[in-house]
Design a protein around this ligand. Sequence first.
Ligand SMILES: C[S@@+](CC[C@H](N)C(=O)[O-])C[C@H]1O[C@@H](n2cnc3c(N)ncnc32)[C@H](O)[C@@H]1O
Length: 224
Amino acid sequence: MSALDPTAQSPILAHGIYPYLAARCSPPDELLIDLFAETRQKFGERSVMQIGAELGALLTILTASTGARRAIEVGTFTGYSSICIARGLPDDGHLLCCDVSEEWTSLARHYWKRAGLDGRIELRLGPAADTIAALPAEPVYDIALIDADKTSYPIYYDLLVPRLRPGGLILVDNVLQNGKVLDERSQDADVRAIQAFNEAVAVDDRVQAVLLAVSDGLTIARKL
Ligand SMILES: C[S@@+](CC[C@H](N)C(=O)[O-])C[C@H]1O[C@@H](n2cnc3c(N)ncnc32)[C@H](O)[C@@H]1O
């Protein structure tokens, strides 16, 4: 199977293997299980916005194993992904969270405190593009997660690349759009935005990128 082969197939993903592998990742601890349940109880169907447990484990692994000290997250919701990233940081590490919702992030704040991570996490409320644009355009971040409004992904990405140190990672969630990225005639604005975003990242010579079939698709782009 070649990366240049447009007919490339995964020998395993086609066989319903995903539930098997998702169930064989390190399980979330009691705090994350409580956060998952309380998000569902308070915000109902909106809770589907939370990342999956397997992606959460991957975020902690990537943050910790790259020795990241400074992280930034675009799209915090009730805090699941932020806790997973912050847990991979050292005690004096820092995670900047960007979101627009006071209501949703108030639950995140509660869980940051309970997790003992509130000293490591800073929240800035407001449109993330404004928040990031106001940051110095210096390469200080080691790792970034994009998981907010899909049509703005290219904006977030282009604002974040210059702020990432060489070797730093940009992680981008939902890049498969539940498989709808395969529909070239899709009229869905989110799907169209992600299709264009995926095309652009694949030929972006500022990064080395891989699109993984984790959860709803995760792109990992390493700044060169
Ligand atoms: C998919 S959820 C994030 C889920 C989160 N990563 C988690 O693990 O629970 C998307 C979040 O993006 C936020 N958002 C939407 N538009 C935004 C914008 N323009 N600027 C900042 N945040 C935004 C929403 O308020 C929402 O909390």
